[in-house]
Design a protein around this ligand. Structure first.
Ligand SMILES: [Zn+2]
Length: 498
């Protein structure tokens, strides 16, 4: 597969250089907790969303994006940029315990900003590589690759000691417009422009938690986000973008999210201490999903009691369903507990339930699915796509930016139907078929050259024979200049003819 990609990207580069095609740009925005149906919901309520409408009519809208299990913020943002399920990249919850380190962490704390929590393997080949690194490590040919990352979870943590070209230490009070201003500045820089930008914003997750996904407040936030997209489009259109086209026409834009949102209430709370002595196990994570580590010797007891609690799904690690892709990692502990949709888990009654919305439930639930929109020269126009998988976004971006993907769990084949103008998409070819055609053409070319060469030799041999015939008949005086040259140059060889 790698060879296919190498041939494909080399040809793409050559075409780009010789046909003076401007190099591709990509900006991906994550609006945290943007459920897949919020746009339709807002429109049903009479809200005007001209900028979301513009992306949808000029680009691609997927029915929904299926996020990775568990449907929490840090794990899914890392799945988007690495193309890996959580069991593969190792960020298995916002708060987790690592038995090898003998240590737990909350990823939003200073300890959570150390590399060991974002790269739990020493094998660089199979460990996670965020797309901003893949971009900057890819070979440079006609342009310099730089990544600009604004608050994307994990971007303020070094990976193998490296940060993206632009990044910011997280500050949740930075307004979205300020983030957009910086992003457009990075793309339009004359000296050091970026070709890949990633931007994170905390809404509508914050409002979804505090007011619930079906609240009027959510509708107002969706309108605000639409306005922000309009602001982005205007800013992009103001800039020539170091090329022949305005940035607004060049930038490939993806708008996506890390999970959806389900309504929760005070009436639907599982208080563990009412059922079990909670000193018999450690629990890591946050409602409605936890990794549970029973004390030695208490495994069976803890499992048995937990599995008898209503509205709670309880799995032995080895019995976690395969389609969760949430099993093969040391940070996934002996027991996984996940509440039923709309239910919350607290350890004891001292914990207050102040939320009206939450996420973390089974990733097959409709309420956990998130948004996926895309617009730009690489994408089809006015296209409605079947559901997409979050781990395929990494491969998609690699394809658009001519990069060989690092090891990951995604498949370009599952998502490339949303691409339109990407070089060979016109011909409805995938990378493999294209490579076979190139290989066949090369063989045909070599065969053609060899045939011509054989033909020429044959002709030369014919000349020599006729020359010999002429000489033997003693008719030297009729040589023209050209034939004379040919005959002279062959004369030494003629001597060797027995
Ligand atoms: Zn989130």
């Amino acid at each position: 597969m790698k060879l296919h990609y190498l041939i494909y990207f080399t040809l793409a580069h050559l075409l780009q250089i010789y046909a003076h095609i401007e190099y591709p740009l990509l900006l991906m925005i994550s609006f945290d907790g943007f459920r897949h149906d919020y746009i339709e919901m807002a429109k049903r309520a009479g809200k005007h969303l001209p900028n979301f409408d513009r992306i949808i009519s000029e680009g691609v809208k997927a029915d929904y994006m299926k996020d990775a299990m568990i449907t929490k913020t840090f794990p899914n943002h890392y799945s988007i940029v690495t193309g890996m399920y959580e069991e593969s990249h190792g960020v298995v919850h916002n708060a987790m315990y690592d038995p090898v380190y003998g240590q737990s962490v909350e990823l939003w704390t200073p300890e959570g900003h150390t590399e060991k929590w974002w790269n739990g393997t020493t094998d660089r080949k199979t460990g996670p590589e965020p797309i901003w690194m893949t971009n900057e490590l890819a070979p440079e040919e006609s342009f310099t690759r730089r990544s600009g990352v604004y608050f994307w979870p994990g971007s303020d943590v070094p990976h193998y000691g490296q940060y993206p070209h632009h990044w910011k230490p997280y500050n949740k009070s930075t307004p979205l417009h300020t983030r957009i201003d910086s992003m457009v500045e990075w793309f339009s820089s004359e000296e050091k422009p970026i070709n890949l930008g990633l931007l994170y914003y905390e809404e509508p997750d914050r409002t979804g938690h505090h007011h619930g996904p079906d609240s009027p407040e959510i509708l107002d936030v969706i309108v605000e986000l639409d306005n922000a997209l309009g602001y982005l489009f205007n800013k992009l259109d103001e800039h020539p973008g170091n090329g022949h086209h305005r940035l607004g026409d060049r930038v490939n834009l993806i708008v996506t999210s890390d999970h959806g949102m389900a309504g929760v209430s005070e009436e639907r709370v599982i208080t563990l201490s009412k059922h079990i002595n909670t000193t018999q196990f450690g629990m890591f994570g946050s409602s409605p999903v936890f990794n549970v580590e029973p004390l030695p010797g208490k495994e069976d007891l803890v499992y048995e009691i937990l599995s008898n609690i209503s509205h709670l799904h309880v799995y032995h690690k080895e019995d976690i369903p395969d389609d969760f892709h949430y099993k093969n990692n040391r940070r996934i502990l002996k027991i996984l507990i996940v509440a039923e949709e709309g239910w919350s888990i607290v350890k004891d009654a001292t914990e207050n339930m102040t939320l009206y919305g939450n996420h973390g439930y089974n990733n097959s639930l409709d309420s956990m699915h998130s948004i996926f929109l895309a617009r730009g020269p690489a994408f089809r126009s006015g296209f409605r796509s079947p559901p997409l998988s979050i781990v395929d976004i990494y491969s998609l971006i690699c394809d658009i930016l001519y990069m060989v993907p690092h090891h990951n769990d995604g498949k370009l084949e599952r998502i490339q139907h949303i691409l339109a103008t990407h070089l060979f998409e016109h011909f409805k070819l995938n990378v493999t078929v294209f490579t076979y055609i190139i290989a066949f053409s090369l063989c045909a070319l070599v065969a053609g050259v060899l045939s011509c060469r054989a033909c020429c030799c044959q002709q030369k041999r014919g000349y020599r024979k006729s020359t010999l015939h002429i000489e033997m008949n003693g008719v030297h005086g009729i040589r023209t200049g050209a034939t004379s040259h040919l005959l002279q140059s062959d004369s030494s060889e003629e001597d060797e003819i027995p």
